[in-house]
Design a binder for this molecule. Structure first.
Ligand SMILES: [Zn+2]
Length: 86
């Protein structure tokens, strides 16, 4: 498993994506296919919104087929914004 990329190495299983909480309580996940952030509702507090989500992709991407799991890992910061979800 060491060489797998959980963001893209999925044929049928939903990938697991890191999510970052904005100051407005939304969770942001980086879409590697569309190269933009997707916003999801963040629920009550850290970790409470983790789980499977339907993809917010506008283009036809692999995420559209499977959705993805989001896992909140921390606040959305300018550094994270530049690193784009990695
Ligand atoms: Zn997308």
């Amino acid at each position: 498993m060491a060489h797998r990329n959980p963001e893209t190495d999925h044929k049928s299983e939903p990938p697991a994506l890191n999510a970052y909480r904005s100051e407005h309580g939304q969770l942001l996940v980086w879409c590697v296919y569309e190269r933009r952030w997707h916003f999801h509702g963040g629920c009550e507090g850290p970790g409470t919104a983790d789980g499977h989500r339907g993809a917010h992709c506008i283009e036809v991407t692999p995420y559209r087929k499977t959705g993805y799991y989001i896992r909140e890992v921390g606040p959305f910061t300018p550094v994270i914004r530049r690193r784009r979800g990695r």
